[in-house]
Ligand binder design. Structure first.
Ligand SMILES: *Cc1c(COP(=O)(O)O)cnc(C)c1O
Length: 425
């Protein structure tokens, strides 16, 4: 039994006796997360403290309402926990109001729609294939079904946001809301430009910083504070908290957004998650987290440099944030094929559409990778170079099981030197 398995055994002892089948699968997932390089840019390792908070008696309590304004009794501790989470969120993002109850990032965005718009209203957001999120007006999502999407894309040539074009669309379409934020755009956003456009068009600017909120609080990406009236985020991506969502806003939208979350969309808040968010926000306010955020960006830059050295084709030519989007077709592979080969070598990424992709969404042209999780393990520029070398070797021998298995072993050896938070440390 490995060290990781022995550790898992002790903290999963109750599950082991009640439900060995599920326990065993959790253990195997722990081992997997320990043994591979996790490059999916929306994923991370929550700390042991964050995970402990999620596994507490707080899950037993109903507390519909908001701190000190609840419908049920017995809230003396829950109220304090949620109030602490709110105060920490406000302080960290420098915003006057915070709601920490959304069950995740998508429900946080749903609350924005419900609070501000009538069905059919025009909502401007980045198109999915350009790197936007489903909830920004994609046809298959509630946002594109109930509201009228006004998509903007990146430039067909540079794959960068074209603020002149975004302005033109905003002024001619007059959307009520403009979303900025993304899941697959490797560049920094110009919130001042977005705010100028929103003002001119008479729209509310919503910054959805789900992917990079951890970079914002560490100063590694500009903050939308002062530009966006509303900020939404997940708590589990670069922020390294439990799975959850948050809304931060200026006072004028506070009451409507609170009402949209509860009772508009949700019932009882997940108090165990709220406590874990509070813990994560405390961690994110510590000086080490600032270094963490900056290291994510440094690692992404080093990885991009290594990949360019090996002739990979990177969308926008590189990265300024935590993620890299590769057009893998220039290496003679499809996105899914490449992702499968990388996974067989212990390098876990996801295939992803690139802007104006000519291939199908289920087997697109791109590979999306990011450095948040491997940076949480303490990896630095030297490891990024090694990773780029492995990735080049994988794509050159994508169907050679011997090569892939050998690299998977080397990856495991490296991973052993960098214990994952919440698992090894
Ligand atoms: C991940 C993400 C969300 C949604 O978060 P879930 O927790 O998966 O619902 C929303 N917006 C953006 C930009 C995201 O990247």
């Amino acid at each position: 039994m490995s060290k990781v398995q022995a550790e898992a055994q002790s903290h999963l002892d109750a599950i082991a006796s009640i439900d060995p089948e599920i326990c065993n699968l959790i253990r195997q997932e722990e081992q997997r997360q320990a043994d591979v390089l996790r490059l999916i840019p929306s994923e991370n390792y929550a700390s042991r403290a964050v995970m402990q908070a999620t596994g507490t008696v707080l899950t037993n309590k109903y507390s519909e309402g908001y701190p000190y304004k609840r419908y049920y009794e017995g809230q003396q501790y829950i109220d304090q926990i949620e109030q602490i989470a709110i105060e920490r969120a406000k302080a960290l993002f420098g915003m006057p109001h915070a709601n920490v109850q959304p069950y995740s990032g998508s429900p946080a965005n749903q609350a924005v729609y419900l609070a501000l718009l009538k069905p059919g209203a025009k909502v401007m957001g980045m198109a999915l294939p350009s790197g936007g999120h489903l909830t920004h007006g994609a046809k298959v999502s509630f946002s594109g079904k109930i509201y009228t999407p006004v998509p903007y894309t990146v430039s067909p040539d540079s794959h960068l946001l074209d603020y002149g074009e975004i302005r033109q669309i905003a002024l001619s379409e007059k959307p009520e809301i403009i979303f900025c934020g993304h899941s697959a755009y490797p560049r920094i956003l110009d919130f001042a430009k977005f705010a100028e456009i929103a003002n001119e068009a008479g729209a509310v600017l919503v910054a959805d910083i789900a992917h990079f909120s951890g970079l914002v609080v560490s100063g590694a990406h500009p903050s939308p504070k002062g530009y966006a009236q509303i900020i939404t985020t997940t708590t589990h991506k670069t922020l390294r908290g439990p799975r959850g969502g948050m809304i931060l806003c200026e006072e004028q939208h506070a009451a409507a957004l609170d009402k949209a979350v509860f009772p508009g969309l949700q019932g009882g808040p997940h108090n165990h998650t709220t406590a874990a968010i509070a813990v994560a926000l405390k961690e994110a306010a510590a000086p080490e987290f600032r270094m963490y955020g900056h290291q994510i960006v440094k690692n992404a830059a080093a990885l991009a440099e290594g990949l360019l050295h090996h002739g990979f084709s990177l969308i926008t030519g590189g990265t300024e944030n935590h993620l890299i989007l590769i057009d893998i077709t220039s290496k003679g592979l499809g996105g899914r094929e490449a992702a499968k080969s990388l996974a067989a070598a212990g390098i876990v990424a996801n295939c992803n559409a690139i802007p104006f992709d000519t291939r199908k969404p289920f087997d697109p042209s791109g590979i999306r990778i990011g450095t948040p999780a491997i940076t949480s393990r303490g990896m630095k520029e030297a490891e990024m170079k090694k990773l780029a070398d492995w990735m080049a070797e994988v794509v050159a021998h994508a169907h050679d099981d011997k090569v892939l298995t050998r690299i998977a072993g080397e990856v495991r050896d490296l991973c052993e030197q960098f214990p994952a938070p919440g698992i090894g440390i």
